[in-house]
Design a protein around this ligand. Sequence first.
Ligand SMILES: Cc1cc2nc3c(=O)[nH]c(=O)nc-3n(C[C@H](O)[C@H](O)[C@H](O)COP(=O)(O)OP(=O)(O)OC[C@H]3O[C@@H](n4cnc5c(N)ncnc54)[C@H](O)[C@@H]3O)c2cc1C
Length: 413
Amino acid sequence: MSEPAPPRTAIVVGAGVVGLASAIALQARGVAVTLVGDEARWQRAASWGNAGHIATEQVAPLASWDNIRSLPRRLFSRGGPVALPPSALTAWAPFGLRLAAAASPARFAHGTTALKGLLADALPAWQRLLAAAGAPQLLGDDGHFIAWESAATAAHGRAAWAAADTGSASFRDVTADERAQLQALVRVPLAGAIRFAGSGRIRDIAALEQALRRHFAALGGVACPARVAGLTMGEGARVHLDDGRQLAADLAVVAAGVQSAALLAPLGFNLPLIAERGYHLEGDAPAWPADLPPVVFEDRSLIFTRFGHGLRAASITEFARPDTPADPRKWQRLAQHLGELGVSLSAPRQWMGARPTLPDYLPAIGLVRPALACAFGHQHLGLTLAAISAERLAAQVMGDVADLAAFAPDRFR
Ligand SMILES: Cc1cc2nc3c(=O)[nH]c(=O)nc-3n(C[C@H](O)[C@H](O)[C@H](O)COP(=O)(O)OP(=O)(O)OC[C@H]3O[C@@H](n4cnc5c(N)ncnc54)[C@H](O)[C@@H]3O)c2cc1C
């Protein structure tokens, strides 16, 4: 049987960072793309609220027995970042069972190999994308810091990173100057710190969205600020907007973050996608150096990132339903950490949003039918992986070799 012809037209559903990057990658390959997504929603999406870290070092999927074993001491109720709200039991309990299955040694090893392959080209893919978009300055490729507050956690944390596979990233102990610079940021004494190389950051998330949208438009892409109510498949794909309009194309790409599973369910896909909700506080903090790479306070599972629009402190993994109200205790916990560290944010803004996560902590990327593709489920690594996922997806769609077998969206059947 002959291969289907590459699509001439495509509709990308969802204008988060993965949808935007996918729309650009397809448009750049000559496909006429319509990107459907509400610009105003960017600030609610994980694509806005994340920590800006290009986390190339995180090659081990979070579906691991190490993570399962350490869960009790990482629970929010015990001062940690992981929240399992009783009201969402029917969401996280089945997800947890699938996660445990995905953490088997064989599946963990398979997932590590797959993620490592994707992460190895994540930073170069961002360099390519932002160079093409005329905004290379938005990418910082100067690594990140990890700091610890006690001798015991410093020794344990450093040893854990030394034993870990960190892919294309590497680390060293901080220099005396770097240590002094970190110490000047906080009032608690630091017991140790390391600096990664080969990881990176996005310097301004708001500017990133604008740069990607401009680039997409310059390539001839069409943005359609609307919500998608559903999809139907026939000769090609038909996308039904919630204002009653319909769009048709040779291909639909579902990149709607945590809403992707609901859009695909009527088409017969049962995807175990969960909302891993994270929280941040962001405000002005003139004392924090403008060009300092992200700093992780690992004892607190807290990351600080200096963006053009403020200093952001992000944490929390709350397994919940995407549309239930935020839990104010999570921001209180963040504020408590900031108080203890002595970091003050003026007029802090509160944000909560969902990481789209599948139980094996691998994304869903690729064609599932000749006229339907997926690009979602990027969990804690969606910013990191957006550009490389988009490149690989576009390659597969256009009939090139793209090693996406490990990310097959229908692998949970
Ligand atoms: C606190 C926090 C910190 C994080 N830190 C990092 C980090 O440092 N590095 C990293 O790599 N990752 C990080 N992440 C993860 C990363 O942000 C996500 O994996 C990534 O943003 C997912 O992008 P996305 O485009 O798939 O989904 P989203 O950002 O959720 O975007 C999906 C878009 O689709 C739209 N949409 C949904 N349904 C519809 C519909 N029916 N019609 C039209 N549009 C629709 C939504 O409105 C949204 O705009 C973090 C996440 C959080 C929450």
